[in-house]
Design a protein around this ligand. Sequence first.
Ligand code: AHM
Ligand code: MG
Length: 325
Amino acid sequence: MTLSRHILESQRQAPRARGELSVLLLQLAFAGKIFSHALRRSALDGRLGPTGDRNVQGEATKQLDVFGNNTIVEAFARSELVAAIVSEELDEPREIACGERASYVLCVDPLDGSSNSDVNGVVATIFGVYRPPRENGAEASLARVRSGRDQVAAGYIMYGPSTIFVYTTGSGVHGFTLDHDIGEFLLTHPQMECPPHGPYYAANLANLQDWDAGAQEYVRHLAAGLDRTYSLRYSGALVADVHRSLLEGGIYLYPADRQHPSGKLRLAYECAPLAFVLEQAGGAASTGTSAVLDAPFESIHQRVPFAGGSRDEVAMLERFTRDRR
Ligand code: AHM
Ligand code: MG
């Protein structure tokens, strides 16, 4: 089962669909193939290392951040598929010239796990496709998005030992592995289901002293292994850690800390898309107090505390947070 066939078959389940979302998803997969090819050759082609610039969030950008961003923007620049692209690497939304009629806004983190890119570690592209309410035929814009619940599709492309495309359109989560020989994503992980609990936790423990008391006590509780034994796995790429939780159970968390008073991760193109995937697979994602998908949108690069994975571990974190407020 190719990704194209899978997308077209799910389009048929929605009789009023016009096929635009299908083409949009296939265009994302195309950008993923280009990026996957470039990543495999990045050391050979001189694409490793920093650019010397910083992005709007003050983070030093890597050559691969820029390449990933350009690949996505070019894949949609002359299409009528999206009205605008919001990206971790763009200060402002990029309006698409002929996208006035488009219903969707695409939010992307082109290169999740930037710090892994120079050490041949796992990196990923995260995407959320939003359909904002359109009053009086107004152009689709992120300013009209109320929360992550306005997503119609979300997923990620993970560039590891193999390249995997994982997506949801609200009917379960499906994973496809790129067969480089034939250039197709093939269904390898149908109907992914996140185990209700699992043996892993992932967090940057260097920040532990700076978290709120609930998050600190929660992680100390997991590490002490009082209910179950938990092993620490932290890859430096949110997607890789969430993907592990999705397949084997457990939790990834990036709580607020002194350096990141609202958390480090961005709502529109990191947290909400992964929350949509996790909820669709029977897992959960929380800000510590409520569902990530219910967090109201305020600005394009807005950050939120994030915890995502198996529903039991996420519920336990919420209990610790509540008890210490
Ligand atoms: P990025 O998109 O710039 O790579 O930032 C997001 C990443 C996550 O993938 C990862 O879990 C986290 O930032 C790592 O941050 P830290 O180095 O503070 O642990
Ligand atoms: Mg990121």
